[in-house]
Design a protein around this ligand. Structure first.
Ligand SMILES: O=C(O)[C@@H](CO)OP(=O)(O)O
Ligand SMILES: [Mn+2]
Ligand SMILES: [Mn+2]
Length: 559
Protein backbone atom coordinates (compact mmCIF):
# COMPACT_ATOMS: atom_id res chain seq x y z
CA UNK A 1 0.00 0.00 0.00
CA UNK A 2 1.42 3.38 -0.97
CA UNK A 3 1.47 6.40 1.31
CA UNK A 4 -1.80 7.58 -0.24
CA UNK A 5 -3.47 4.46 1.08
CA UNK A 6 -4.29 3.28 -2.39
CA UNK A 7 -3.86 -0.38 -3.19
CA UNK A 8 -4.50 -2.40 -6.35
CA UNK A 9 -5.24 -5.42 -4.19
CA UNK A 10 -8.84 -6.54 -4.56
CA UNK A 11 -10.66 -8.25 -1.69
CA UNK A 12 -11.54 -11.89 -2.12
CA UNK A 13 -15.14 -12.52 -2.99
CA UNK A 14 -16.77 -14.18 0.04
CA UNK A 15 -18.42 -16.91 -1.98
CA UNK A 16 -16.95 -17.16 -5.47
CA UNK A 17 -13.77 -19.08 -6.26
CA UNK A 18 -10.74 -17.91 -8.21
CA UNK A 19 -9.04 -19.60 -11.09
CA UNK A 20 -11.93 -20.17 -13.49
CA UNK A 21 -11.27 -19.35 -17.13
CA UNK A 22 -13.68 -16.64 -18.22
CA UNK A 23 -14.65 -15.90 -21.81
CA UNK A 24 -15.76 -12.28 -22.12
CA UNK A 25 -17.54 -11.98 -25.44
CA UNK A 26 -18.71 -8.62 -26.81
CA UNK A 27 -20.97 -8.78 -29.83
CA UNK A 28 -20.61 -5.41 -31.52
CA UNK A 29 -23.90 -3.75 -32.42
CA UNK A 30 -26.20 -6.48 -31.07
CA UNK A 31 -29.27 -5.03 -29.37
CA UNK A 32 -32.63 -6.41 -28.32
CA UNK A 33 -35.68 -5.21 -30.22
CA UNK A 34 -39.10 -6.42 -31.32
CA UNK A 35 -38.97 -9.28 -33.77
CA UNK A 36 -39.82 -8.14 -37.29
CA UNK A 37 -38.38 -8.18 -40.80
CA UNK A 38 -35.97 -5.30 -40.08
CA UNK A 39 -34.55 -7.05 -37.05
CA UNK A 40 -31.66 -8.93 -38.65
CA UNK A 41 -30.80 -10.71 -35.41
CA UNK A 42 -34.34 -12.07 -35.30
CA UNK A 43 -34.34 -12.99 -38.98
CA UNK A 44 -30.94 -14.69 -38.81
CA UNK A 45 -30.45 -18.20 -37.50
CA UNK A 46 -28.86 -17.59 -34.12
CA UNK A 47 -29.35 -20.82 -32.15
CA UNK A 48 -26.56 -20.09 -29.67
CA UNK A 49 -27.75 -16.66 -28.65
CA UNK A 50 -31.36 -17.93 -28.65
CA UNK A 51 -30.46 -20.72 -26.27
CA UNK A 52 -28.77 -18.28 -23.88
CA UNK A 53 -31.92 -16.20 -23.84
CA UNK A 54 -34.41 -19.02 -23.57
CA UNK A 55 -32.41 -21.53 -21.57
CA UNK A 56 -31.80 -19.85 -18.24
CA UNK A 57 -33.96 -16.87 -17.30
CA UNK A 58 -31.90 -16.11 -14.21
CA UNK A 59 -28.74 -15.90 -16.26
CA UNK A 60 -29.90 -13.69 -19.11
CA UNK A 61 -31.06 -10.09 -18.91
CA UNK A 62 -30.93 -6.76 -20.69
CA UNK A 63 -28.68 -3.83 -19.79
CA UNK A 64 -28.74 -0.22 -20.90
CA UNK A 65 -26.20 0.74 -23.51
CA UNK A 66 -27.14 4.29 -24.52
CA UNK A 67 -27.64 7.79 -23.12
CA UNK A 68 -26.77 8.63 -19.55
CA UNK A 69 -26.04 5.01 -18.63
CA UNK A 70 -22.85 5.32 -20.68
CA UNK A 71 -22.04 8.97 -19.92
CA UNK A 72 -23.67 10.59 -22.95
CA UNK A 73 -25.46 13.94 -22.70
CA UNK A 74 -29.08 12.81 -23.17
CA UNK A 75 -31.33 9.77 -23.39
CA UNK A 76 -31.65 10.49 -27.13
CA UNK A 77 -27.98 9.66 -27.65
CA UNK A 78 -27.50 6.20 -29.12
CA UNK A 79 -24.74 4.04 -27.75
CA UNK A 80 -21.44 3.57 -29.49
CA UNK A 81 -18.32 1.47 -29.20
CA UNK A 82 -16.18 4.01 -27.44
CA UNK A 83 -18.57 4.77 -24.59
CA UNK A 84 -19.78 1.15 -24.51
CA UNK A 85 -16.37 -0.44 -24.16
CA UNK A 86 -15.19 2.33 -21.82
CA UNK A 87 -18.12 1.51 -19.51
CA UNK A 88 -17.61 -2.26 -19.82
CA UNK A 89 -13.94 -1.99 -18.97
CA UNK A 90 -14.01 0.80 -16.40
CA UNK A 91 -17.04 -0.26 -14.37
CA UNK A 92 -18.06 3.33 -13.78
CA UNK A 93 -19.93 5.95 -15.77
CA UNK A 94 -17.75 8.84 -16.89
CA UNK A 95 -19.04 11.99 -18.53
CA UNK A 96 -17.88 11.28 -22.07
CA UNK A 97 -16.31 13.49 -24.74
CA UNK A 98 -19.67 14.59 -26.17
CA UNK A 99 -20.76 15.84 -22.76
CA UNK A 100 -17.42 17.35 -21.76
CA UNK A 101 -17.25 19.39 -24.96
CA UNK A 102 -20.83 20.58 -24.41
CA UNK A 103 -19.92 21.81 -20.93
CA UNK A 104 -16.67 23.45 -22.09
CA UNK A 105 -18.54 25.32 -24.83
CA UNK A 106 -21.49 26.29 -22.62
CA UNK A 107 -19.28 27.71 -19.89
CA UNK A 108 -16.78 29.20 -22.34
CA UNK A 109 -14.00 27.35 -20.49
CA UNK A 110 -12.86 25.91 -23.80
CA UNK A 111 -11.42 29.34 -24.66
CA UNK A 112 -9.46 29.60 -21.41
CA UNK A 113 -7.87 26.20 -21.81
CA UNK A 114 -4.30 25.45 -22.79
CA UNK A 115 -5.28 24.17 -26.24
CA UNK A 116 -7.10 27.27 -27.38
CA UNK A 117 -4.38 29.50 -25.98
CA UNK A 118 -1.85 27.46 -27.92
CA UNK A 119 -3.55 27.86 -31.31
CA UNK A 120 -4.64 31.46 -30.87
CA UNK A 121 -1.39 33.22 -31.83
CA UNK A 122 -1.87 31.81 -35.33
CA UNK A 123 -5.09 33.78 -35.78
CA UNK A 124 -3.09 36.97 -36.25
CA UNK A 125 -1.53 36.09 -39.58
CA UNK A 126 -2.60 32.52 -40.28
CA UNK A 127 -5.75 30.55 -41.00
CA UNK A 128 -7.74 28.46 -38.54
CA UNK A 129 -8.57 25.05 -40.05
CA UNK A 130 -11.29 22.88 -38.55
CA UNK A 131 -11.32 19.25 -39.66
CA UNK A 132 -14.10 16.87 -38.65
CA UNK A 133 -17.21 14.80 -39.13
CA UNK A 134 -20.17 16.94 -40.22
CA UNK A 135 -23.40 15.60 -38.73
CA UNK A 136 -25.49 15.64 -35.59
CA UNK A 137 -24.85 11.94 -34.92
CA UNK A 138 -23.15 12.65 -31.61
CA UNK A 139 -20.90 9.60 -31.87
CA UNK A 140 -17.72 11.29 -33.12
CA UNK A 141 -18.73 14.95 -33.29
CA UNK A 142 -21.76 17.23 -33.34
CA UNK A 143 -22.66 19.99 -35.74
CA UNK A 144 -23.86 22.32 -32.95
CA UNK A 145 -20.46 22.08 -31.27
CA UNK A 146 -18.74 23.00 -34.54
CA UNK A 147 -21.12 25.93 -34.93
CA UNK A 148 -20.34 27.20 -31.44
CA UNK A 149 -16.62 26.81 -31.98
CA UNK A 150 -16.78 28.71 -35.27
CA UNK A 151 -18.57 31.54 -33.53
CA UNK A 152 -16.35 31.52 -30.47
CA UNK A 153 -13.10 31.41 -32.42
CA UNK A 154 -14.16 34.21 -34.75
CA UNK A 155 -15.15 36.36 -31.75
CA UNK A 156 -11.70 35.72 -30.36
CA UNK A 157 -9.72 36.84 -33.36
CA UNK A 158 -9.85 34.14 -36.03
CA UNK A 159 -10.12 36.17 -39.24
CA UNK A 160 -9.62 33.46 -41.80
CA UNK A 161 -11.28 30.07 -41.26
CA UNK A 162 -11.35 26.96 -43.43
CA UNK A 163 -13.51 23.95 -42.66
CA UNK A 164 -12.56 20.51 -43.97
CA UNK A 165 -15.68 18.40 -43.81
CA UNK A 166 -16.14 14.64 -43.59
CA UNK A 167 -19.60 13.49 -44.61
CA UNK A 168 -21.32 10.95 -42.39
CA UNK A 169 -24.22 8.67 -43.40
CA UNK A 170 -23.19 6.16 -40.71
CA UNK A 171 -24.44 7.80 -37.51
CA UNK A 172 -27.19 9.60 -39.47
CA UNK A 173 -29.25 8.75 -42.56
CA UNK A 174 -27.43 8.36 -45.85
CA UNK A 175 -28.07 11.46 -47.95
CA UNK A 176 -28.34 13.78 -44.97
CA UNK A 177 -24.91 15.21 -45.83
CA UNK A 178 -26.43 17.70 -48.25
CA UNK A 179 -28.52 19.32 -45.52
CA UNK A 180 -25.62 19.48 -43.09
CA UNK A 181 -23.39 21.13 -45.69
CA UNK A 182 -26.15 23.65 -46.45
CA UNK A 183 -26.48 24.50 -42.78
CA UNK A 184 -22.74 24.97 -42.43
CA UNK A 185 -22.64 27.11 -45.59
CA UNK A 186 -25.30 29.39 -44.11
CA UNK A 187 -23.26 29.81 -40.95
CA UNK A 188 -20.12 30.57 -42.91
CA UNK A 189 -22.01 33.11 -45.04
CA UNK A 190 -23.03 34.91 -41.84
CA UNK A 191 -19.43 34.98 -40.69
CA UNK A 192 -18.46 36.44 -44.05
CA UNK A 193 -21.06 39.19 -43.60
CA UNK A 194 -19.18 40.04 -40.43
CA UNK A 195 -15.92 40.38 -42.31
CA UNK A 196 -14.52 36.95 -41.55
CA UNK A 197 -13.10 35.07 -44.49
CA UNK A 198 -14.73 31.70 -43.76
CA UNK A 199 -15.20 28.86 -46.24
CA UNK A 200 -15.39 25.13 -46.66
CA UNK A 201 -12.05 24.08 -48.15
CA UNK A 202 -12.29 20.35 -48.72
CA UNK A 203 -14.31 17.26 -48.02
CA UNK A 204 -14.83 13.56 -48.43
CA UNK A 205 -16.71 10.61 -46.95
CA UNK A 206 -15.69 9.59 -43.43
CA UNK A 207 -14.91 5.97 -44.34
CA UNK A 208 -12.78 6.93 -47.33
CA UNK A 209 -11.12 10.10 -46.12
CA UNK A 210 -9.32 10.73 -42.79
CA UNK A 211 -11.41 8.65 -40.35
CA UNK A 212 -9.73 5.25 -40.49
CA UNK A 213 -8.83 3.57 -37.20
CA UNK A 214 -6.37 1.14 -35.66
CA UNK A 215 -4.03 1.52 -38.65
CA UNK A 216 -6.30 -0.46 -40.92
CA UNK A 217 -5.53 1.57 -44.05
CA UNK A 218 -3.21 4.58 -44.14
CA UNK A 219 -4.41 5.44 -47.65
CA UNK A 220 -7.55 6.81 -45.98
CA UNK A 221 -5.45 9.27 -43.97
CA UNK A 222 -3.35 10.14 -47.02
CA UNK A 223 -6.44 11.09 -49.02
CA UNK A 224 -7.37 13.47 -46.23
CA UNK A 225 -3.86 14.88 -45.98
CA UNK A 226 -3.70 15.49 -49.72
CA UNK A 227 -7.01 17.35 -49.77
CA UNK A 228 -6.73 19.23 -46.49
CA UNK A 229 -3.02 20.04 -46.34
CA UNK A 230 -1.84 19.94 -49.95
CA UNK A 231 -5.11 21.15 -51.47
CA UNK A 232 -5.08 18.25 -53.93
CA UNK A 233 -7.95 15.88 -54.75
CA UNK A 234 -9.35 14.12 -57.80
CA UNK A 235 -12.50 16.25 -57.64
CA UNK A 236 -12.60 20.03 -57.67
CA UNK A 237 -15.68 22.16 -57.10
CA UNK A 238 -16.44 25.83 -56.55
CA UNK A 239 -18.96 25.05 -53.85
CA UNK A 240 -19.36 22.29 -51.28
CA UNK A 241 -23.11 21.77 -51.60
CA UNK A 242 -22.63 21.24 -55.31
CA UNK A 243 -19.70 18.91 -54.57
CA UNK A 244 -21.70 16.65 -52.32
CA UNK A 245 -24.75 16.64 -54.60
CA UNK A 246 -22.71 15.85 -57.71
CA UNK A 247 -20.60 13.16 -56.06
CA UNK A 248 -23.76 11.53 -54.71
CA UNK A 249 -25.13 11.23 -58.25
CA UNK A 250 -22.50 8.63 -59.09
CA UNK A 251 -24.19 5.19 -58.98
CA UNK A 252 -23.68 3.32 -55.69
CA UNK A 253 -22.13 6.34 -54.02
CA UNK A 254 -23.06 7.20 -50.46
CA UNK A 255 -22.17 9.73 -47.78
CA UNK A 256 -19.80 7.39 -45.94
CA UNK A 257 -17.60 6.81 -48.98
CA UNK A 258 -17.68 10.07 -50.97
CA UNK A 259 -14.32 10.59 -52.71
CA UNK A 260 -12.13 13.49 -51.59
CA UNK A 261 -12.72 16.90 -53.13
CA UNK A 262 -11.27 20.37 -52.75
CA UNK A 263 -12.99 23.69 -53.19
CA UNK A 264 -11.27 25.93 -55.72
CA UNK A 265 -11.55 29.62 -56.59
CA UNK A 266 -12.28 31.16 -59.98
CA UNK A 267 -8.71 30.50 -61.11
CA UNK A 268 -8.93 26.84 -60.09
CA UNK A 269 -6.72 27.26 -57.03
CA UNK A 270 -7.57 25.38 -53.82
CA UNK A 271 -9.08 27.87 -51.36
CA UNK A 272 -7.68 26.38 -48.19
CA UNK A 273 -4.57 24.23 -48.11
CA UNK A 274 -2.86 24.15 -44.71
CA UNK A 275 0.35 26.18 -44.73
CA UNK A 276 3.08 27.37 -42.36
CA UNK A 277 1.74 29.50 -39.55
CA UNK A 278 -1.79 28.07 -39.61
CA UNK A 279 -3.76 26.62 -36.70
CA UNK A 280 -5.49 23.26 -37.09
CA UNK A 281 -8.15 21.70 -34.87
CA UNK A 282 -9.61 18.23 -35.38
CA UNK A 283 -13.09 18.79 -33.99
CA UNK A 284 -14.12 15.18 -33.37
CA UNK A 285 -14.24 14.29 -29.70
CA UNK A 286 -14.15 10.54 -30.22
CA UNK A 287 -10.70 9.04 -30.19
CA UNK A 288 -10.37 5.94 -32.36
CA UNK A 289 -10.90 7.51 -35.77
CA UNK A 290 -8.77 10.58 -35.02
CA UNK A 291 -5.58 8.95 -33.74
CA UNK A 292 -4.12 8.26 -37.18
CA UNK A 293 -4.85 11.75 -38.51
CA UNK A 294 -3.45 13.22 -35.29
CA UNK A 295 -0.21 11.31 -35.83
CA UNK A 296 0.10 12.65 -39.36
CA UNK A 297 -0.52 16.21 -38.17
CA UNK A 298 1.70 16.06 -35.10
CA UNK A 299 4.65 13.74 -35.60
CA UNK A 300 7.90 15.04 -37.06
CA UNK A 301 9.06 11.48 -37.70
CA UNK A 302 6.38 9.84 -39.77
CA UNK A 303 6.73 7.14 -42.39
CA UNK A 304 3.19 5.91 -43.05
CA UNK A 305 2.93 7.83 -46.31
CA UNK A 306 4.78 10.63 -48.05
CA UNK A 307 3.36 13.86 -46.67
CA UNK A 308 5.22 15.79 -49.45
CA UNK A 309 4.98 19.07 -47.58
CA UNK A 310 4.82 19.28 -43.79
CA UNK A 311 3.61 22.73 -42.74
CA UNK A 312 4.67 24.26 -39.43
CA UNK A 313 1.32 24.47 -37.72
CA UNK A 314 -0.21 24.80 -34.29
CA UNK A 315 -2.33 21.68 -33.99
CA UNK A 316 -4.84 20.82 -31.27
CA UNK A 317 -7.37 18.02 -30.97
CA UNK A 318 -10.84 18.65 -29.59
CA UNK A 319 -9.72 16.15 -26.93
CA UNK A 320 -6.53 14.29 -26.27
CA UNK A 321 -7.21 11.06 -28.15
CA UNK A 322 -4.63 8.70 -26.64
CA UNK A 323 -3.76 8.96 -22.96
CA UNK A 324 -0.72 6.72 -23.20
CA UNK A 325 0.83 8.36 -26.26
CA UNK A 326 -0.33 11.78 -25.01
CA UNK A 327 -1.60 12.43 -28.51
CA UNK A 328 -2.16 15.11 -29.54
CA UNK A 329 -0.08 17.08 -27.10
CA UNK A 330 -2.42 20.07 -27.35
CA UNK A 331 -6.19 19.80 -27.02
CA UNK A 332 -9.16 22.05 -26.32
CA UNK A 333 -10.99 19.90 -23.76
CA UNK A 334 -9.66 17.52 -21.11
CA UNK A 335 -10.74 13.96 -21.92
CA UNK A 336 -12.55 11.91 -19.28
CA UNK A 337 -9.99 10.60 -16.84
CA UNK A 338 -10.77 6.92 -17.06
CA UNK A 339 -8.36 5.39 -14.57
CA UNK A 340 -8.29 2.25 -12.44
CA UNK A 341 -10.01 0.20 -15.13
CA UNK A 342 -10.97 -3.41 -14.43
CA UNK A 343 -8.26 -4.59 -16.79
CA UNK A 344 -5.57 -2.89 -14.75
CA UNK A 345 -7.00 -4.15 -11.46
CA UNK A 346 -7.29 -7.72 -12.67
CA UNK A 347 -3.78 -7.81 -14.06
CA UNK A 348 -2.54 -6.48 -10.72
CA UNK A 349 -4.39 -9.31 -9.00
CA UNK A 350 -2.86 -12.06 -11.05
CA UNK A 351 -5.51 -12.45 -13.75
CA UNK A 352 -3.78 -13.31 -17.02
CA UNK A 353 -5.62 -11.74 -19.91
CA UNK A 354 -5.94 -12.46 -23.59
CA UNK A 355 -7.78 -10.02 -25.87
CA UNK A 356 -8.52 -10.38 -29.56
CA UNK A 357 -10.47 -8.92 -32.42
CA UNK A 358 -9.85 -8.07 -36.03
CA UNK A 359 -8.27 -4.75 -36.93
CA UNK A 360 -11.44 -2.69 -37.29
CA UNK A 361 -12.42 -3.53 -33.71
CA UNK A 362 -9.07 -4.43 -32.19
CA UNK A 363 -8.78 -1.26 -30.17
CA UNK A 364 -12.28 -1.73 -28.81
CA UNK A 365 -11.29 -4.65 -26.53
CA UNK A 366 -7.87 -3.16 -25.76
CA UNK A 367 -7.66 0.64 -26.13
CA UNK A 368 -11.29 1.53 -25.29
CA UNK A 369 -11.55 -1.29 -22.73
CA UNK A 370 -8.54 0.14 -20.93
CA UNK A 371 -9.86 3.71 -20.84
CA UNK A 372 -8.45 5.01 -24.14
CA UNK A 373 -4.99 3.87 -23.31
CA UNK A 374 -2.86 2.05 -25.86
CA UNK A 375 -0.44 -0.73 -24.96
CA UNK A 376 -0.27 -3.31 -22.18
CA UNK A 377 -0.40 -2.87 -18.41
CA UNK A 378 1.91 -5.83 -17.94
CA UNK A 379 3.44 -7.69 -20.86
CA UNK A 380 4.01 -10.80 -18.76
CA UNK A 381 0.34 -11.08 -17.91
CA UNK A 382 -1.38 -9.98 -21.10
CA UNK A 383 -1.48 -10.87 -24.76
CA UNK A 384 -3.45 -8.86 -27.31
CA UNK A 385 -3.90 -10.43 -30.74
CA UNK A 386 -5.06 -8.52 -33.79
CA UNK A 387 -6.36 -10.40 -36.81
CA UNK A 388 -5.88 -8.26 -39.92
CA UNK A 389 -9.22 -7.05 -41.32
CA UNK A 390 -9.88 -6.99 -45.01
CA UNK A 391 -9.24 -3.43 -46.09
CA UNK A 392 -10.65 -1.47 -48.98
CA UNK A 393 -14.03 -3.25 -48.91
CA UNK A 394 -17.40 -2.55 -47.41
CA UNK A 395 -18.22 -5.45 -45.17
CA UNK A 396 -21.52 -6.37 -46.79
CA UNK A 397 -19.44 -8.14 -49.44
CA UNK A 398 -17.69 -10.17 -46.71
CA UNK A 399 -20.27 -10.34 -43.90
CA UNK A 400 -18.59 -13.20 -42.10
CA UNK A 401 -15.57 -10.96 -41.66
CA UNK A 402 -12.99 -12.62 -39.38
CA UNK A 403 -15.50 -13.98 -36.85
CA UNK A 404 -14.31 -17.54 -37.28
CA UNK A 405 -10.64 -16.59 -36.97
CA UNK A 406 -11.34 -14.56 -33.83
CA UNK A 407 -13.27 -17.48 -32.33
CA UNK A 408 -10.44 -19.88 -33.16
CA UNK A 409 -7.90 -17.66 -31.45
CA UNK A 410 -10.17 -17.40 -28.42
CA UNK A 411 -10.74 -21.15 -28.39
CA UNK A 412 -7.00 -21.81 -28.52
CA UNK A 413 -6.36 -19.29 -25.77
CA UNK A 414 -9.03 -20.92 -23.61
CA UNK A 415 -7.84 -24.47 -24.23
CA UNK A 416 -4.18 -23.49 -23.86
CA UNK A 417 -4.70 -22.75 -20.18
CA UNK A 418 -2.36 -19.77 -20.12
CA UNK A 419 -5.09 -17.20 -19.53
CA UNK A 420 -7.77 -16.50 -16.94
CA UNK A 421 -9.74 -14.05 -19.06
CA UNK A 422 -10.19 -14.37 -22.81
CA UNK A 423 -11.87 -11.29 -24.21
CA UNK A 424 -13.08 -10.79 -27.76
CA UNK A 425 -15.13 -8.42 -29.85
CA UNK A 426 -17.15 -9.94 -32.70
CA UNK A 427 -17.65 -7.11 -35.20
CA UNK A 428 -20.14 -8.55 -37.70
CA UNK A 429 -23.54 -7.23 -36.66
CA UNK A 430 -22.15 -3.74 -36.28
CA UNK A 431 -19.85 -3.40 -39.27
CA UNK A 432 -22.29 -4.99 -41.71
CA UNK A 433 -25.25 -3.25 -40.07
CA UNK A 434 -23.58 0.08 -40.89
CA UNK A 435 -23.66 -0.75 -44.60
CA UNK A 436 -27.46 -0.81 -44.50
CA UNK A 437 -27.48 -4.08 -46.44
CA UNK A 438 -30.17 -6.11 -44.68
CA UNK A 439 -29.49 -9.44 -46.39
CA UNK A 440 -25.78 -9.24 -45.63
CA UNK A 441 -26.48 -8.21 -42.05
CA UNK A 442 -28.52 -11.38 -41.55
CA UNK A 443 -25.51 -13.41 -42.73
CA UNK A 444 -23.31 -11.36 -40.40
CA UNK A 445 -25.47 -12.13 -37.36
CA UNK A 446 -25.41 -15.83 -38.10
CA UNK A 447 -21.61 -15.76 -38.39
CA UNK A 448 -21.29 -13.99 -35.04
CA UNK A 449 -23.59 -16.56 -33.44
CA UNK A 450 -21.42 -19.39 -34.77
CA UNK A 451 -18.33 -17.71 -33.34
CA UNK A 452 -20.02 -17.48 -29.94
CA UNK A 453 -20.76 -21.19 -30.14
CA UNK A 454 -17.13 -22.08 -30.75
CA UNK A 455 -16.05 -20.01 -27.75
CA UNK A 456 -18.75 -21.48 -25.47
CA UNK A 457 -17.76 -25.00 -26.53
CA UNK A 458 -14.17 -24.31 -25.47
CA UNK A 459 -15.39 -22.94 -22.13
CA UNK A 460 -17.43 -26.11 -21.69
CA UNK A 461 -14.30 -28.21 -22.23
CA UNK A 462 -12.19 -26.41 -19.62
CA UNK A 463 -14.96 -26.03 -17.05
CA UNK A 464 -14.96 -22.26 -17.39
CA UNK A 465 -17.45 -19.41 -17.31
CA UNK A 466 -18.79 -17.25 -20.11
CA UNK A 467 -20.10 -13.70 -20.14
CA UNK A 468 -21.71 -12.76 -23.43
CA UNK A 469 -22.88 -9.22 -24.02
CA UNK A 470 -22.81 -6.35 -26.55
CA UNK A 471 -21.71 -2.72 -26.62
CA UNK A 472 -24.82 -1.12 -28.18
CA UNK A 473 -27.54 -1.90 -30.70
CA UNK A 474 -27.33 -1.84 -34.47
CA UNK A 475 -28.42 -4.95 -36.43
CA UNK A 476 -31.64 -5.44 -34.45
CA UNK A 477 -33.26 -2.51 -36.23
CA UNK A 478 -32.39 -1.50 -39.76
CA UNK A 479 -35.16 0.97 -40.50
CA UNK A 480 -35.71 4.57 -39.50
CA UNK A 481 -38.88 4.75 -37.40
CA UNK A 482 -41.38 7.49 -36.65
CA UNK A 483 -42.46 8.42 -33.15
CA UNK A 484 -44.98 5.60 -33.10
CA UNK A 485 -42.28 3.09 -33.98
CA UNK A 486 -43.53 2.52 -37.53
CA UNK A 487 -41.07 2.49 -40.47
CA UNK A 488 -40.68 6.03 -41.78
CA UNK A 489 -41.10 6.51 -45.52
CA UNK A 490 -39.19 9.02 -47.62
CA UNK A 491 -40.83 11.28 -50.21
CA UNK A 492 -40.83 8.46 -52.75
CA UNK A 493 -42.66 6.15 -50.37
CA UNK A 494 -39.55 4.07 -49.72
CA UNK A 495 -38.48 2.93 -46.27
CA UNK A 496 -35.40 4.68 -44.99
CA UNK A 497 -32.61 2.30 -44.10
CA UNK A 498 -31.03 2.89 -40.73
CA UNK A 499 -27.26 2.51 -40.96
CA UNK A 500 -26.64 3.81 -37.44
CA UNK A 501 -26.61 2.37 -33.94
CA UNK A 502 -29.82 2.38 -31.91
CA UNK A 503 -31.14 3.25 -28.47
CA UNK A 504 -31.95 -0.37 -27.66
CA UNK A 505 -30.67 -2.25 -24.63
CA UNK A 506 -28.31 -5.19 -25.10
CA UNK A 507 -28.39 -8.70 -23.68
CA UNK A 508 -25.98 -10.11 -21.15
CA UNK A 509 -25.78 -13.82 -20.46
CA UNK A 510 -23.65 -15.74 -17.97
CA UNK A 511 -23.08 -19.46 -17.67
CA UNK A 512 -20.71 -22.34 -18.19
CA UNK A 513 -19.74 -25.33 -16.06
CA UNK A 514 -17.45 -23.18 -13.90
CA UNK A 515 -20.25 -20.90 -12.74
CA UNK A 516 -20.79 -21.61 -9.07
CA UNK A 517 -24.20 -23.02 -8.14
CA UNK A 518 -26.62 -20.33 -7.05
CA UNK A 519 -25.11 -17.55 -9.16
CA UNK A 520 -27.90 -15.59 -10.81
CA UNK A 521 -28.76 -12.06 -11.83
CA UNK A 522 -30.04 -9.89 -9.02
CA UNK A 523 -33.54 -8.53 -9.35
CA UNK A 524 -32.73 -5.26 -7.58
CA UNK A 525 -30.63 -3.66 -10.35
CA UNK A 526 -33.40 -3.15 -12.89
CA UNK A 527 -31.66 -0.17 -14.47
CA UNK A 528 -28.33 -1.93 -14.82
CA UNK A 529 -26.17 -0.82 -17.69
CA UNK A 530 -22.87 -1.68 -19.30
CA UNK A 531 -20.97 -0.10 -16.42
CA UNK A 532 -22.30 -2.82 -14.10
CA UNK A 533 -20.55 -5.55 -16.06
CA UNK A 534 -17.00 -4.92 -14.76
CA UNK A 535 -17.92 -5.62 -11.12
CA UNK A 536 -19.83 -8.68 -12.29
CA UNK A 537 -16.79 -10.05 -14.09
CA UNK A 538 -14.49 -9.27 -11.17
CA UNK A 539 -16.82 -11.32 -8.96
CA UNK A 540 -16.69 -14.20 -11.39
CA UNK A 541 -12.89 -14.06 -11.18
CA UNK A 542 -13.29 -14.43 -7.40
CA UNK A 543 -12.85 -10.79 -6.35
CA UNK A 544 -14.95 -8.04 -4.86
CA UNK A 545 -15.04 -4.97 -7.07
CA UNK A 546 -13.64 -1.66 -5.78
CA UNK A 547 -16.26 0.18 -3.76
CA UNK A 548 -16.69 3.03 -6.25
CA UNK A 549 -17.49 0.69 -9.14
CA UNK A 550 -21.09 0.41 -10.30
CA UNK A 551 -22.67 -2.48 -8.48
CA UNK A 552 -22.50 -6.08 -9.62
CA UNK A 553 -25.37 -7.65 -11.53
CA UNK A 554 -25.07 -11.01 -9.79
CA UNK A 555 -25.75 -12.60 -6.43
CA UNK A 556 -25.07 -16.06 -5.05
CA UNK A 557 -28.21 -17.70 -3.72
CA UNK A 558 -27.79 -20.22 -0.94
CA UNK A 559 -29.14 -23.54 -2.06
O1 LIG B 1 -17.76 3.05 -37.02
C1 LIG B 1 -17.78 3.89 -36.11
O2 LIG B 1 -16.91 4.75 -35.94
C2 LIG B 1 -18.94 3.89 -35.14
C3 LIG B 1 -20.09 4.60 -35.79
O3 LIG B 1 -19.78 5.94 -36.03
O4 LIG B 1 -19.28 2.57 -34.80
P1 LIG B 1 -18.70 1.91 -33.45
O5 LIG B 1 -19.04 2.85 -32.35
O6 LIG B 1 -19.45 0.60 -33.35
O7 LIG B 1 -17.26 1.73 -33.63
MN1 LIG C 1 -19.63 -0.96 -31.39
MN1 LIG D 1 -20.75 0.80 -35.05
Amino acid sequence: MGSSGFSWKLKDHPKLPKGKTIAMVVLDGWGEAKPNQYNCIHVAETPTMDSLKNGAPEKWRLVKAHGKAVGLPTEDDMGNSEVGHNALGAGRIFAQGAKLVDIALETGKIYDGEGFKYIKPSFETGTLHLIGLLSDGGVHSRLDQLQLLLKGASQRGAKRIRVHILTDGRDVLDGSSVGFVQTLENDLAKLRENGIDAQIASGGGRMYVTMDRYENDWEVIKRGWDAQVLGEAPHKFKNAVEAVKKLREVPNSNDQYLPPFVIVDESGKAVGPIVDGDAVVTVNFRADRMVMAAKSLEYADFDKFDRVRVPKIRYAGMLQYDGELKLPSHYLVEPPEIERTSGEYLVNNGVRTFACSETVKFGHVTFFWNGNRSGYFNTDMEEYVEIPSDSGITFNVQPKMKALEIAEKARDAILGGKFDQVRVNLPNSDMVGHTGDIEATVVACKAADEAVKMILDAIEQVGGIYVVTADHGNAEDMVKRDKKGEPQLDKNGQIQILTSHTLEPVPIAIGGPGLAPGVRFRKDVPNGGLANVAATVMNLHGFEAPSDYETTLIEVADN
